[in-house]
Write a protein that binds this ligand. Structure first.
Ligand SMILES: CN(C)C[C@H]1CC[C@H](N2C(=O)N(C)Cc3cnc4ccc(-c5cc(Cl)c(O)c(Cl)c5)nc4c32)CC1
Length: 333
C-alpha cells in the first residue's frame, strides 16, 4: 500500500475503487469519525495541461452544496499530489445499475430523473453548467440516491449561464448537436440535451445515438432521429422529444423541465432545491466536535466559517452532519 504522508493520521487508505484519466479514486476512512470517504488522488506531474481542471472542479464543488451533487470534504495539496476527499458513493455508477436492470420502470426512472433535474437546476441557478452529464458521471449512494460527479469540465461563464461557450468538450455520445458542430453554445442548453440522453438511457436501457464509428455517430446526432421502443408511454416520448431538439432554441428549458407533469407526477409542486452555498450551523454536530477536540463550539464554528472550507475540521463537521442527516447517532466510533 503506497503511504501518502499527507494523509497520515487523518485518513486510512483502503482499496482503489476506480481510476479515470489523470486520477485514481481510493476508498478511505476518515479517522476522527470512522466515516467512509472517496479520495481522488492526482499526481501533479501526470496532470500536465489538465491541472486547470482540478482547480475548476475544486472551486465548483466548494460552492455546490446539494444532496444530489457529490460532496467535497477536504482538499490536501502537497508538492507532488492533490487529494480531493469526497462523499463515498457505495452504490456505484448509474450506468451499471441500468445495465443490471436492463431498463428501469417509468416510476424508477422518474425518481432518478427528478434528482438529476434538481441537481442541474440548482447548478444552473448558481451559473454553473456541468457539460459532461452522462450515466458514468452519476453515482448511487447506499440509499440509491443519485450523486453527480466529475466537475472538471463544468463552466461558470463570468457573464452568467446565458453567456456563450466555445470549448468543445464532454463525450460525443451525450453531446448536443451545436457542441459537436463546434458552434457557440449555451451551457444550460447542452446540459438539457445530455439529460435527454440520460432519460432515454433510463427508460430504454440503451442510448438514442450510438455508433462505434465517430462519423456515423455524429450523423445520427445531427439527424436527431432515434428509436422509440414500444414500451415508452406517450408522455415519456414527448418529454424526451422536447429535450432532444436539434435546434437549442426549440429545446425545453430547465425551468419548464422543473414544472413538467411527467417529472412532478402531475402534482403542481415543481422540482425544488435549496439555494445553499454555505452549510448550515448545527449545534449538535458542533458540540460533538467540541467533545472530540476540547475546543468550545462557538470557536469551532468561527474557525469553520473563516476557513477556506477544505480543511480537516470542515471534513469532520460535514461528515458528522451527513451522519446526522442520515438519521444516525453522532456518537464517535
Ligand atoms: C471514469 N471517471 C472519469 C472516473 C471514475 C473514478 C471512480 C469513481 N467511482 C466509481 O467508479 N465507483 C464505482 C465507486 C465510487 C465511489 N465513490 C465515489 C465518490 C466520488 C467519486 C468521484 C470521482 C471523480 Cl473522478 C470526480 O471527479 C468526483 Cl467529483 C467524484 N467517485 C466515486 C466512485 C467514478 C469516476
Amino acid at each position: 500500500m503506497v503511504r501518502y504522508a499527507a494523509l497520515k493520521g487523518l485518513y486510512d487508505l483502503e482499496k482503489t475503487i476506480g481510476s479515470g484519466g489523470f486520477a485514481k479514486v481510493k476508498l478511505a476512512t476518515h479517522v476522527a469519525t470512522g466515516e467512509k470517504v472517496a479520495i481522488k488522488i492526482m499526481e501533479k506531474t501526470a496532470l500536465g495541461d489538465d491541472l486547470p481542471r482540478v482547480k475548476v472542479e475544486v472551486e465548483a464543488l466548494k460552492t455546490l452544496l446539494h444532496q444530489h451533487i457529490c460532496g467535497l470534504y477536504q482538499v490536501i495539496e502537497t508538492e507532488s499530489h492533490y487529494f480531493m476527499v469526497m462523499e463515498y458513493c457505495s452504490g456505484g455508477e448509474l450506468f451499471d445499475h441500468i445495465v443490471e436492470k436492463n431498463k428501469l420502470s417509468e416510476s424508477d426512472s422518474r425518481r432518478f430523473f427528478y434528482q438529476i433535474v434538481s441537481a442541474v437546476a440548482y447548478m444552473h441557478s448558481l451559473g454553473y453548467a456541468h457539460r459532461d452529464l452522462k450515466p458514468e458521471n452519476v453515482l448511487l449512494d447506499k440509499d440509491e440516491n443519485l450523486k453527480l460527479i466529475d466537475f472538471g469540465l463544468c463552466a461558470k461563464p463570468k457573464m452568467g449561464i446565458q453567456a456563450h461557450l466555445y470549448t468543445s468538450c464532454g463525450s460525443p455520445t451525450y453531446a448536443a448537436p451545436e457542441l459537436i458542430m463546434g458552434k457557440k453554445y449555451l451551457g444550460s442548453e447542452v446540459d438539457i440535451w445530455s439529460m435527454g440522453v440520460l432519460l432515454y438511457a433510463l427508460l430504454c436501457g440503451f442510448l438514442p445515438f450510438d455508433d462505434n464509428n465517430l462519423e456515423n455517430l455524429y450523423k445520427k446526432i445531427l439527424s436527431g432521429k432515434y428509436e422509440e421502443p414500444y414500451w415508452l408511454s406517450n408522455n415519456s416520448k414527448m418529454l424526451i422529444k422536447s429535450m432532444l431538439q436539434i435546434d437549442p432554441a426549440n429545446r425545453i428549458t430547465i425551468h419548464e423541465l422543473c414544472r413538467h407533469p411527467w417529472i412532478t407526477g402531475n402534482s403542481l409542486k415543481s422540482v425544488s432545491f435549496i439555494h445553499r452555498t454555505e452549510f448550515e450551523k448545527d449545534d449538535e454536530v458542533l458540540s460533538t466536535m467540541s467533545a472530540i477536540c476540547g475546543e468550545k463550539s462557538i470557536d469551532i464554528w468561527k474557525k469553520l466559517v473563516q476557513s477556506d472550507r477544505t480543511d480537516y475540521r470542515t471534513a469532520t463537521y460535514l461528515l458528522l452532519l451527513d451522519r446526522k442527516l442520515r438519521g444516525l447517532s453522532l456518537k464517535i466510533a
